[in-house]
Design a protein around this ligand. Structure first.
Ligand code: G6P
Length: 628
């Protein structure tokens, strides 16, 4: 959903600002990748005065296109600037619509993530004032508003504040400007994420800490309504509201991700690297949380007390995309283990079903990024209606974790591949731990059973490692190759593995653009069975356990209609029926989704790779969807 970055480094350092901005944009490309651009200028050594206007380079397409343009060196030697990677909302991807936008006189360059809802009326007003627009974007409207104010006042922060107060919508915005020889860099937030950081010899801002991590681990997240003015060695945060803005203090968060984790480490794609990281993720997600002697778990920080957990009468899960599938698994776990009724809703639908929140409801938002607009909005509504809030989230300090307070961090580390993999397994682990904690507190799981569950979790890691081998991956690639010409896929699962069928289908369509549907195995006979034919492959997930006989009969029904079947799971009898077989080690049924999803991720990866798709940047998608 667009990535923005801005930086100001004191002259005299080894770094060129264009390189710093490009390096930052590379880490933000997951947020959008249909065009990119930077706007830079140079100040005099050690001061904030400059004789220059802003210079801008923008290009449609991937970041490489912009880098190609920059090879002419025309933007070299600058030390302050802003950059942007775009996911188009207003106006198709093109050089003209790419950010930064300028005010026509190149006194400012502005980048924006979000939507200006009243842009049309503002555009008409500006056009009546003689402004000529060079793009179709809503962002250019804001740029001209700021430019007009700045020309009058020569105060960029004040001009941004005054302009934003006229804007309806949501934004993370940054602007660099130079007027009468004085340079300024400012940013503001209302909705999409933005963090700022003071560097020893500079200052930075970005949509995601990933862009700042190579420079510092200490960042400050802006909250909605904040406006920051950056100078080398100094970041001042004020409110957007009020004529002059009030100064505000925001706490500094120390990020413990290592910068290596944001690289590909020799893998061809981030997705593959992240799939292969999943056993380490499991290790991190359970580290220091298991209490084997009493068969319980403890979460760090603001933990729950037993009476609090006993007071929960109902759980409402809210999430989108892959995180929603983790939420459906969580429903099976919490109902099955802790005997609390659970509802799971698409966060995007929750607000429109006039939800009823009964006393004792705990709303649980699940999100990798903690910035998904639909999830944030649904959670705020649940809280307004009286629910207690908890987040299962990967990004410490994200808006969701701040909104909810109570958070189970998933500890997956930075996930860059747009198709979520390790963040999903980490969410499943968090859900398992929470269900166990709930069950122990409420007495639905006794100490012996709790110990057994912990033992099973500890035994999961070697099993997971067994799936993360080149041989296993190659075996799946061969199967993917055999089904490359299938005209579509049906993924079936039942019980706690039904959501894994949904996730398998989502993964495949996200990155290979092949039609795939996930279904509860028992529902196949009520409709999707009409699709079965030799050209449609059915992938059936069947774990040895309570429902394996039932799932097996779905396989028989597909085979009776000459549909090819890939049998995946630990049920040996299903393996006998499958045309192709993907074995998964046995585990407790509750943990089986964590194992079963891994070969499905590998299947999608290899299928898309064999089709020549751009795996880490699938068409039309963005990893963090900060618009509703
Ligand atoms: C987008 C991504 C999905 C992701 C969903 C929720 O749609 O493309 O991969 O599952 O957002 O993201 P979140 O960060 O809230 O987990």
């Amino acid at each position: 959903m667009c990535g923005i970055v801005g930086a100001w480094l004191n002259q005299g350092g080894a770094e060129d600002i264009a390189d710093v901005l490009i390096e930052g944009l590379r880490t933000l490309e997951y947020r959008g990748y249909d065009s990119s651009g930077i706007g830079v200028l140079r100040t005099d050594i050690g001061s904030s005065s400059s004789a220059e206007n802003v210079k801008v380079a923008r290009r449609q397409g991937r970041l490489e296109n912009l880098e190609e343009v920059l090879k002419d060196g025309s933007l070299k030697g600058a030390n302050v600037g802003v950059g942007h990677t775009r996911w188009a909302t207003h106006g198709e991807p093109s050089d003209e619509n790419a950010h930064p936008h300028t005010d026509g006189s190149n006194h400012i360059a502005l980048v924006h993530n979000g939507i200006i809802e009243n842009y049309l009326e503002l555009r008409r007003e500006l056009e009546a004032d003689g402004v000529v627009f060079a793009s179709e974007t809503d962002t250019e409207v804001l740029t001209h508003l700021v430019g007009r104010e700045y020309a009058k006042s020569g105060d960029l922060g004040g001009s941004l504040r005054a302009s934003l107060r006229r804007v309806k919508g949501y934004y993370a915005v940054s602007v660099v400007g130079n007027m009468n020889g004085a340079t300024e860099l400012a940013c503001a937030r209302q909705g999409p994420p933005l963090c700022v950081a003071t560097l020893e010899n500079g200052a930075m801002l970005a949509s995601d800490v990933l862009a700042v991590l190579p420079h510092t681990r200490e960042v400050t997240y802006l909250v909605d309504g904040d406006l920051a003015i950056l100078k080398p060695g100094e970041v001042v945060i004020e409110t957007i509201a009020g004529e002059a803005g009030e100064s505000v203090e925001r706490e500094v968060t120390v990020i413990d991700w290592d910068t290596e984790a944001a690289g590909k480490s020799g893998y061809e794609h981030f997705m593959l690297k992240e799939i292969f990281e999943q056993s380490e993720v499991l290790g991190r997600a359970i580290h220091d949380r298991l209490l084997p002697t009493v068969g319980d778990v403890a979460f760090e920080g603001d933990g729950w007390t037993d009476p609090e957990l006993n007071g929960i009468g109902r759980v409402q899960i809210l999430a989108c995309g892959t995180a929603l599938h983790a939420g459906i698994v969580a429903r099976y776990l919490i109902e099955g283990l802790a005997r609390i009724p659970v509802e799971v809703d698409y966060a995007s639908e929750y607000r429109y079903c006039d939800p009823v929140v009964s006393p004792g409801t705990l709303a649980v938002a699940i999100s990798q990024s903690g910035e998904t607009a639909d999830t944030l909005a649904a959670m705020r509504l649940a809280q307004e209606l009286g629910a207690q809030a908890m987040a299962i989230c990967n990004v410490q300090g994200s808006t969701l974790t701040r909104d909810c307070g109570r958070t189970i961090l998933t500890h997956a580390g930075p996930e860059i591949g747009v198709a979520s993999t390790k963040a999903f397994t980490a969410q499943l682990i968090a859900a398992y731990l929470f269900a166990l904690r709930l069950g122990r507190a409420r007495g639905t799981i006794d100490e012996t059973e709790g110990r057994k569950m912990i033992e099973e979790l500890r035994h999961l890691r070697p099993k997971l490692e067994g799936l993360l081998t080149t041989d296993y991956s190659d075996h799946i690639r061969k199967i993917a190759k055999r089904h490359l010409d299938a005209k579509g896929f049906l993924f079936l699962g039942r019980g706690v593995n039904y959501p894994i069928a949904l996730e398998g289908a989502l993964k495949l369509k996200e990155i290979s653009y092949v039609h795939a549907e996930g279904y509860a195995a028992g529902e196949m006979k009520h409709g999707p069975i009409a699709l079965i034919e030799p050209a449609l492959t059915t992938l059936v997930i069947n774990t040895k356990g309570r429902v394996s006989d039932k799932v097996r009969s779905a396989i028989e029904q597909v085979k009776a209609r000459k549909g090819p079947v890939i049998a995946l799971g630990s049920d040996p009898l299903s393996a006998e029926l499958g045309d192709d077989v993907i074995d998964v080690p046995t585990s407790s049924e509750w943990l089986s989704p964590i194992l079963n999803v891994v070969p499905l991720q590998l299947f999608s990866y290899h299928f898309a790779d064999l089709k020549g798709c751009d795996i880490d940047k699938p068409r039309n998608l963005a990893k963090s969807v900060t618009v509703e």
